[in-house]
Write a protein that binds this ligand. Structure first.
Ligand code: PGA
Length: 243
């Protein structure tokens, strides 16, 4: 596991985007595993800039997103499909049909989750971007006694609903269930980059880096078992980690 500690959010976004830009340049039909949330926005902005100013080509790139709220369709401003379209896809030359975000309105969710894992198996994710929840979750794999291995329906913790309420008009509007990749679905990615910015991530990052253990109470700690993980944090997110 490599750890880069950057001065601030901009520097973190610079480093993450540099890695992604190199990957896209070296493999035209790269399969990107993408995350939503505030943290990757700066990285996505830099990808858009590279597309506009240097012609970074996404025409053969495929993307597979980590999760989606159950019950929200892609036109809902709180949905992750809406987020991805507006924050990234609408601004680059990626084919929409090559972008995959789980369908939170799928009729048979269990079957849908299985099909989503099959999609991951079919394409194979080259590089997976992850954020981390203040409670240590990745995707919507929440802390607990057990962690789902495959894509499944996750019940969101109170802390996650509170954290994500800022994307909705009120806390009551935040769905309490989501389709989320499981640990094994994420581990199939050849490379993983986890991003964390700000003071409210410091405790979760410290729980991963301050010891040589893994715990289901800190789902992101499981990443220690993956052979190619890069963690990029800013100084605030690193502020509770012992040097
Ligand atoms: P954030 O969310 O980037 O909005 O902080 C990360 C996450 O919950 O995984």
């Amino acid at each position: 596991m490599r750890v880069f500690v950057e001065k601030d959010y901009d520097a973190l976004s610079d480093r993450a985007s540099r890695i992604l830009i190199e990957e896209i340049k070296s493999k035209k039909d790269l399969v990107l595993g993408l995350a939503t949330g505030s943290t990757p926005i700066g990285t996505y902005e830099r990808l858009i800039k590279a597309h506009r100013e240097e012609g970074l080509d996404f025409s053969q790139v495929k993307s597979i997103n980590l999760d989606e709220y159950v019950g929200l369709d892609g036109n809902h401003p709180g949905s992750y499909r809406y987020f991805m379209d507006n924050v990234l896809f609408n601004h680059i030359n990626i084919c929409k049909s090559n972008t995959h975000v789980p369908d939170g309105t799928a009729e048979n969710l269990e079957e849908y989750c299985k099909a989503y894992d099959s999609l991951i198996d079919k394409y194979g994710i080259d590089i997976q971007i992850l954020g981390i929840g203040s409670n240590g979750h990745i995707a919507f794999i929440e802390p607990g006694e057990e962690l789902s291995l495959h894509t499944s329906i996750a019940r969101l913790k109170e802390s996650t609903i509170n954290d994500n309420a800022r994307f909705f008009n009120s806390r009551e509007e935040v769905p309490d269930k989501a389709i989320s990749l499981g640990i094994l679905s994420i581990f199939k990615a050849k490379k993983i980059i986890l991003l964390a910015s700000g003071k409210n991530k410091a405790s979760a990052i410290a729980k991963i880096l301050n010891n040589d253990t893994i715990s289901t109470k800190v789902p992101a700690s499981i990443l220690k078992l993956h052979p190619d993980v890069t963690i990029i944090v800013d100084e605030e997110a690193y502020s509770e980690t012992k040097i």
